[in-house]
Design a protein around this ligand. Structure first.
Ligand code: HEC
Length: 123
């Protein structure tokens, strides 16, 4: 009996660790290639940013926004506005006031959004 329980706990731990390690490729399979963009100089809203926002933000920041979210993030312009006027980049990196509220996205996704902004919000 005890042995079984230990095995189950170890299994659960391994699962949990495995999940947090593979955070970068979380989301629908269609998102994976985008989150692993090998060429950071070729970021685009359509290929790289939209899928991240879609899987992590639009459940609240949809059109119309739900769950008390103050704005929608369903287009390039709206995301750009939120970066320029609502502190989106700092919120997605904040440990005290994170977006999404239930915990930060994988570092890779956060870096992509900041990099995309640095590159002038390419379409
Ligand atoms: C579970 C619902 C939910 C999800 C998911 C979510 N948000 Fe939010 N968001 C909110 C709520 C509610 C607020 C308003 C309260 C606050 O600022 O904390 C907010 C506020 C914000 C603000 C500040 C707006 C302002 O004018 O002060 C930004 C920026 C933001 N969210 C970005 C994001 C991004 C980017 C994502 C995805 C990476 C995301 N949020 C995911 C619910 C959510």
């Amino acid at each position: 009996m005890k042995k079984v329980r230990i095995i189950m706990i170890t299994g659960a731990l391994a699962l949990a660790l495995g999940c947090s390690k593979s955070d970068n490729s979380e989301g629908t399979p269609a998102d994976e290639p985008n989150n692993q963009n090998p060429d950071p100089t070729a970021l685009t809203y359509q290929n790289d940013i939209r899928p991240i926002i879609q899987s992590n933000c639009v459940s609240c920041h949809g059109n119309p926004p739900t769950n008390n979210a103050p704005m929608s993030l369903t287009s390039l312009t709206l995301v750009r506005n939120a970066i320029e006027t609502r502190g989106l980049i700092s919120r997605i990196n904040s440990t005290t006031n994170p977006m999404p509220p239930d915990g930060l996205m994988a570092q890779n996704a956060r870096t992509l959004i900041a990099e995309w902004a640095n590159q002038g919000f390419p379409e």
